[in-house]
Design a protein around this ligand. Structure first.
Ligand code: HEC
Ligand code: HEC
Length: 202
């Protein structure tokens, strides 16, 4: 285990302990929204503050969030950190956290300079493979389908590889089927496009 991973797991254990204290009323005076504060230490409030490999939660549909928290809790979505976070959660906790996530405003558009050739390649791939047919025309997701627009690029790249290799098992097989036959290079271009998606003209 790398140094960074060890630090990460220590952070997760600390946050999990704080959450438990919260549940036991130590922080009874805090408002419901404050329950997400320890989560944001890793997830970040907007497009620039999170760790590159950690997804932004902003704008994710609550139904998507609850399916993923459920998969983490049951150990079916491999992530040591998130399984440590979710394993002590009751069904009510899963619902409360997901409701709060569903109310977060979507991330602001990233300001990273983008590569226009890769943007064009990514757009053509997304169209060819009909990603928008499930993720929505603006890639905002909905119901059990994840929001992709302006998610961190490194995270998108990694999970696409994990879906294709079968390392990440979805709640359903929709994603592994959607990625059949797409090359590794194409997955990186798709991630670049989705992370830097142009916003509609005002
Ligand atoms: C120590 C860092 C850390 C903390 C604290 C943390 N998370 Fe996470 N979370 C992660 C990482 C890393 C992932 C990506 C896991 C993977 O690779 O599949 C993740 C993934 C998620 C996802 C799935 C997002 C997606 O786009 O699929 C949800 C939902 C989530 N976390 C909710 C929470 C909630 C709610 C809390 C607070 C109770 C929390 N997290 C606290 C690191 C953290
Ligand atoms: C048949 C519907 C469907 C199609 C087509 C589809 N997806 Fe998905 N996608 C889903 C669902 C459902 C999820 C939630 C994963 C789960 O089931 O746990 C998801 C999740 C994802 C995630 C994970 C997001 C996160 O925050 O962890 C990424 C990235 C993604 N899709 C990218 C794509 C790309 C790129 C394409 C086109 C090549 C695509 N999807 C096509 C249904 C679809």
């Amino acid at each position: 285990m790398s140094c960074r991973q060890a630090g990460y797991l220590r952070a997760a254990a600390f946050v999990a302990a704080s959450l438990l204290a919260f549940q036991h009323g130590v922080h009874a005076a805090a408002g419901a929204e404050d329950r997400l504060a320890p989560c944001m230490v890793c997830h970040g409030e907007n497009a620039s503050s999170a760790e590159p490999d950690t997804p932004l939660l902003a704008g994710q549909p609550s139904f998507y969030a609850i399916t993923q928290l459920f998969l983490f809790r049951e150990g079916r979505r491999g992530s040591e950190v998130m399984t440590a976070m979710a394993k002590g959660m009751s069904d009510d906790d899963l619902r409360d956290f997901s409701d709060l996530i569903g109310k977060l405003a979507p991330p602001s558009r990233p300001v990273n300079p983008t590569n226009s050739l890769r943007m064009a390649t990514g757009a053509a791939l997304a169209q060819k493979h009909r990603c928008a047919s499930c993720h929505g025309a603006d890639y905002a997701g909905g119901k059990q389908v994840a929001r992709l627009a302006h998610q961190r690029e490194a995270y998108l790249s990694r999970v696409l590889v994990e879906f294709r290799s079968g390392k990440r098992l979805g709640y359903t097989s929709a994603m592994s089927e959607a990625l059949t036959g797409i090359s590794a290079e194409a997955l990186a271009d798709l991630a670049h496009y989705l992370a830097n998606l142009p916003t509609a003209a005002p």
